[in-house]
Ligand binder design. Sequence first.
Ligand code: SF4
Ligand code: ZN
Length: 283
Amino acid sequence: MALVNIKWKGKNYCEHHFKIYFIGQIRKLIDRYGVNGRIAVAVSGGKDSAAMLEALTKLKGLELDPFHLNLGIEGYSEMLESVSRDLTRTLDLPLEVINLRKEYGRGIPELIERERGTPCSICGTVKRYLMNRYAYESSADYLATGHNLSDMVTFAFNNLINVQLEFLRGIKPILPADPELKMVSKFRPLYFLRDQETELYATINNIPYLRYRCPFSASAPTLGLKDLVANLEDYHPRALLNLVKSFSRIGDDIKTGNGKIGRCKQCGFATSTTYCRFCRLMK
Ligand code: SF4
Ligand code: ZN
């Protein structure tokens, strides 16, 4: 019985064949880029990273090292940590937890109170920094994150709207490592899968994830854009795939960046300023 229509393929899939399709989209990337070795997998407790981790366990030859960032958002971070623990317990994997408040003295709410910038921009800086740092310090070959195709198109539109063309260079399924700058290769296993597909995969496999939204999400600049992106394939079945292809090509042609990247004087991780934004936030 048909469960879902995959517009870009023009096909209906039953539950069994949808699961094969979903894993196949991840395997395609792993084969194309020769991904192997140790993968630090960022597990947030949301549907995307939960579906990603479960799907990666179905693929052979990968050494998975799941970890979770507890950002100290009262009433929300506890639930995310708890569901992440449920997930890894179900998959029989260990889970490393980094607790922002315990390890650095401040959670996201305290940082938002003190600092200028939107909650999500501060939180984004903290997450990117801690994810890369964990992957680097645990000697991982890759840092896997749950960004999917819908996220990538949303991210690109948001950057176009804000004339931040240099960020289009990041629209890739894999970004290379830079050992000099302590940057681990980034890997996005869900790069070819849409929001609705990861949600369906998580639901039919009974994968534990949290369905509530972050209390700060109302201020996320991309909230409305996500709805727009979700409908683009009604207009053209290959719209999302073709858009990331186009954005990625534009990104390849953009040479100028945000200035020279060096190493933070305090922590030694990559930054374009003397001290990285994470160290400045935590000062
Ligand atoms: Fe952080 Fe914003 Fe996501 Fe909340 S919605 S977890 S503040 S990035
Ligand atoms: Zn630093």
